[in-house]
Design a protein. Structure first.
Lengths: 271, 411
């Protein structure tokens, strides 16, 4: 981080901490089902009460995504989504909202755009953070061209398979918050949560003051509430994306999304 | 040139984190990092363990049929009228291609790691067959991911895998070929990493795969070097191999890298010609990027989306090249060219008719380059070409082009 103005992600978590509430983080794929409808979806997430919006930048080969998010990226690309258009979408949304935006994507589109230039342009458009699924901190030292992140906070993943001895390094290299992947696997809604989330979050908290958000596989208000007890943030992705898939063609897409997300937010805020 | 019998300087790359210069590395989601590190350290231990090496070399000999002959292609040499052409006969290995060198090495490693479930991706089906074979031999559960287009064009290999008890899972995403099969295998591995070993089939993907796969195939070049010195009392002038991910090529090339006089040529798939979407020649119009765990040359559009590829051979139909090849190209140590579908088919026909050897369509790309270059070389020069696989799997497809009057084959 190079700027002295506080980042929207940091101020959001600080505010929620003072209110003793968990953050609700909603994921959708940018450009799904198309660019004009995508901004309606994002507005609906905000209306439903999402504290942070996580936007997938579509990539042709999303190796860490399950079928729901794969199809969303595919729909977006088919409808003409590009990295530049995603930045335009963010710029548009920033005219009307201060809700933090975290980008969630793979390295190749960013690398092709120009790593440093992308970070600069995305921050200028109004994005606040980025999670690059296939860029572990280990590679930064070997790839000087992948180190200049400007004002965009780099959020790191920690997985159930992350060994204890790796936690300090990951915690140290993360900014904004830490994203704990609640189970080994790709993105996608599951019927049951893994049991030891609280324990694993506590193990991470031993190494950092950063908030920890938990995601992968959360799809119901009950699960949302359960996770909110253990962590400072609840991430719901595929379950919302499925709604976009189902109602993408309908005129009241925004209302449908808002109605679906509201109870999930309420779940997270109920504890 | 006098006989060179001492060993060439071994190259020391990759570094400990899998980088070949700026290429390679480990660009994977966090969930896989621990597994890749464990695999790397277990592989290093196995490599230094004489018992592991002995089991590997015994199995390579008795189960797979090593060493493979280095065969002088006398009639083809005469026809082209230039350099002497030698074929390194990996096609004679059990299962019909070089792929089993790596599959065997990796399953022995999986055993050491205590894994009970094996997954693999396959394009042409040769790596899938090799993996199904060693999984059957060692009594492990085996799942092979294969693009549905490839399942159609290499149906014979699908049947072979199933006969050996493997489950073949068709992949319907994207262009339904090798790249999508790798994505699916990676997704499976991310999900089942505790009990599963992923036998990746080329010198591709995150570290340690490019290094490990290369090491298991180095036997090709080590034998070829010894054999050519025994037969001709000198080193070859040129090595030629086809390059999909680049495993057979790096296996042949690597033991010769220290021999400065030996030129090397990797041959990529030129498809219908070098037009976007119509080929898989990453060194012709590709870009530097990151795909499936490694930084290398790949075919992508200006937005970083991976482009469609085409090749008549499923095994070369892939958007990225192995990182060590990207490095060797950047150093100018190895050159890369391409052969089109038509040139490969013509070479397929030639070798079948004048040497009595039906080559794989992948291999035929290397042969197509030999067709072009041998006559420009002198009669005292030597070419060694990697005959990476046999063409049984390709007869139905080749017959469609070469024997149009033949009744279409079922598989
Ligand atoms: C016979 C044969 N040769 C070559 C290849 C290409 O792979 P690589 O470049 O890893 O040798 C394949 C792949 O399926 C193959 O079956």
């Amino acid at each position: 981080m190079s700027s002295s103005t506080p980042n929207r992600i940091d101020t959001t978590f600080a505010r929620l901490k003072s209110e003793s509430k968990a953050a609700f983080i909603a994921y959708v794929s940018a450009g799904d089902p198309d660019m004009p409808k995508s901004i309606e979806v994002i507005r609906a997430l905000e209306r439903a009460g999402a504290d942070i919006i996580e936007l997938g930048v579509p990539f042709s080969d999303p190796m860490a995504d399950g079928i729901v998010n794969q199809m969303a990226a595919h729909r977006a690309l088919e409808a003409g989504a590009t990295t530049i258009k995603v930045l335009e979408l963010i710029r548009e949304f920033r005219k009307e909202s201060e809700t933090p935006i975290v980008l969630f994507t793979y390295l190749n589109p960013i690398y092709t755009y120009g790593f440093k230039k992308f970070h600069k342009d995305a921050a200028a458009a109004g994005a606040d953070g980025i999670l690059l699924l296939d860029l572990p901190p280990d590679e930064a030292g070997k790839n000087a061209e992948m180190t200049e992140t400007g004002d965009l906070l780099h959020i790191r993943l920690i997985a159930p398979t992350t060994p204890a001895e790796r936690l300090p390094e990951l915690a140290k290299s993360s900014e904004g918050f830490i994203y704990y992947v609640s189970r080994a696997g790709v993105t996608g809604a599951q019927t049951s949560l893994s049991d030891n989330i609280a324990e694993n979050v506590a193990a991470i908290k031993a190494h950092t003051d950063l908030p920890v958000a938990v995601g992968f596989g959360i799809s119901t208000p009950e699960q949302s509430a359960e996770v909110a007890k253990a962590a400072e943030g609840v991430v719901v992705g595929s379950a919302i994306v499925k709604q976009v898939e189902a109602y993408g063609a309908s005129d009241d897409l925004g209302d449908k999304i808002e109605a679906f997300v509201k109870p999930l937010v309420d779940g997270a805020k109920s504890v | 040139m006098s006989a060179v019998t001492d060993s060439p300087t071994p190259t020391t790359l990759p570094d400990e984190s899998g980088h070949f210069g700026t290429f390679g590395g480990r660009f994977v989601p966090e969930t896989l990092m621990a597994a890749l590190k464990e695999l790397t350290s277990e592989y290093e231990k196995a490599k230094a363990d004489p018992a592991f090496q002995e089991e590997l070399s015994n199995m390579l000999a008795d189960f797979c049929g090593r060493e493979t002959p280095l065969y002088f292609a006398e009639r083809w040499t005469e026809q082209l009228g230039g350099a002497k052409i030698f074929l390194k006969r990996e096609d004679l290995l059990h299962t019909g291609a070089h792929k089993i060198n790596n599959a065997l090495g990796q399953i022995l490693l999986a055993k050491r790691l205590g894994k009970t479930r094996i997954i693999a991706e396959t394009g042409a089906g040769q790596h899938g067959v090799a993996t199904a074979t060693v999984a059957a031999r060692f009594g492990m559960k085996c799942i092979v991911y294969m693009g549905s287009i490839d399942m159609e064009r290499q149906h014979l290999n699908v049947v072979r895998m199933r006969l050996m008890g493997a489950e073949v899972r068709g992949v319907e995403a994207g262009q339904k070929t090798l790249k999508e099969a790798v994505n699916e295998a990676l997704r499976d591995w991310v999900t089942n990493v505790e009990d599963t070993h992923y036998i990746l089939g080329s010198a591709l993907g995150p570290h340690p795969y490019p290094m490990m796969v290369r090491d298991f195939h180095r036997v090709i070049g080590t034998e070829a070097r010894r054999q050519i010195l025994a037969k001709e009392d000198k080193l070859p002038d040129l090595l030629v191999a086809c390059v999909g991910g680049g495993s057979n090529a790096i296996g042949l090339f690597h033991p010769f890298l220290g021999d400065d006089s030996v030129k090397m040529m990797g041959v990529e798939a030129g498809g219908h010609g070098i037009v976007k979407g119509d080929h898989a020649a990453r060194f012709q119009g590709g870009k530097l990027g990151v795909l499936q765990g490694t930084k290398t040359w790949l075919l992508a559009d200006d937005d970083g989306q991976i482009e469609l590829t085409h090749s008549v051979s499923a095994g070369l139909d892939y958007a990225a090249v192995g990182p060590e090849h990207a490095f060797l190209q950047s150093e100018g140590r190895v050159e890369y060219t391409y052969a089109t579908d038509d040139e490969a088919l013509a070479a397929f026909k030639t070798l079948s008719e004048i040497e009595g050897i039906i080559p794989a369509l992948e291999t035929s790309h290397a042969l197509a380059y030999v067709n072009k270059v041998a006559s420009t070389m002198s009669k005292d020069q030597i070419i060694v070409v990697s005959l990476s696989g046999r063409g049984d799997k390709d007869v139905a497809q080749a017959a469609r082009y070469l024997l149009p009057d033949e009744k279409p084959l079922e598989v």
